[in-house]
Design a protein around this ligand. Structure first.
Ligand code: TZP
Ligand code: MG
Length: 218
């Protein structure tokens, strides 16, 4: 099946497929547009160290792009920015605001994701009201300095202990994503294998097709 399924209504709906995270390189809008064309269901705007006013502008352009392609738009770390942009949700690390704070500010209809690295963090995020879990790293990566690497075996070990969708992250590419999906990922979060690819559209398409083959959506 070549149908791109895009989860539209937010809470209690599956986050699934190709979850793209922005990088800090040039031509971001253009490369993201190419990737969206390949079939990205969720875009996370991760704008480390960019000034707030700049993020408001860039974020609103990315959000518009997402709505053109029917993709969800999620803001990393910054609750205030997520709220100001009326993003579909926010993604929180273990050191960021709590899911409860996010829920209070953003309301019941927004998506809250939490980065987790082990079963305890995953269960806590679930009971704190998260809508999906980030889980990683799967593999070594140059995109971020990694402190935990549970890998695909770590993913397989928590998969059936949590109910929320799991977005696997870290070093995932079309070459290894099948192992991650088979270990139980509902979505794969990627930066470099799509945005630094010669053709982001092709890389995103390759990932999407793996999902269609290995994990047909309900
Ligand atoms: N969190 C854990 S690994 C990672 C983040 C933000 C970076 C993922 O980037 P890449 O290039 O897909 O490995
Ligand atoms: Mg963070």
């Amino acid at each position: 099946r070549l149908v791109i399924t895009t989860p539209k209504t937010i809470r209690n709906r599956s986050i699934a497929g190709v979850y793209l995270i922005t990088d800090q390189q040039d031509d971001l809008l253009k490369r993201v547009a190419q990737a969206l064309r390949g079939g990205v269901t969720v875009l996370q705007y991760r704008a480390k160290d960019k000034p707030y006013e700049f993020c408001l502008e860039e974020g609103s352009q990315l959000k518009q792009l997402c709505s053109r392609f029917g993709s969800l738009f999620i803001v990393n770390d910054d609750l205030r920015l997520a709220h100001a942009l009326d993003a579909d949700g926010v993604h929180l690390g273990q050191e960021d605001s709590s899911p409860q704070q996010a829920r209070e500010l953003l309301g019941p209809d927004k998506i809250i994701g939490v980065s987790t690295h082990n079963l305890d963090e995953a269960l806590k995020a679930e009971s704190d009201g998260a809508d999906y879990l980030g889980f990683g790293a799967m593999y070594p990566t140059d995109s971020k300095s990694i402190t935990h690497m549970p890998g695909t075996s770590g993913l397989a070990a928590i998969r059936d202990r949590v109910k929320l969708p799991i977005v696997a992250i870290g070093g995932i590419s079309p070459a290894n994503a099948c192992r991650v999906i088979e270990a139980g990922a509902d979505a794969v979060a990627v930066i470099s294998s799509v945005l630094a690819a010669p053709r982001p559209e092709v890389a995103a398409t390759e990932l999407r097709l793996l999902f269609n083959r290995l994990a047909p959506y309900p």
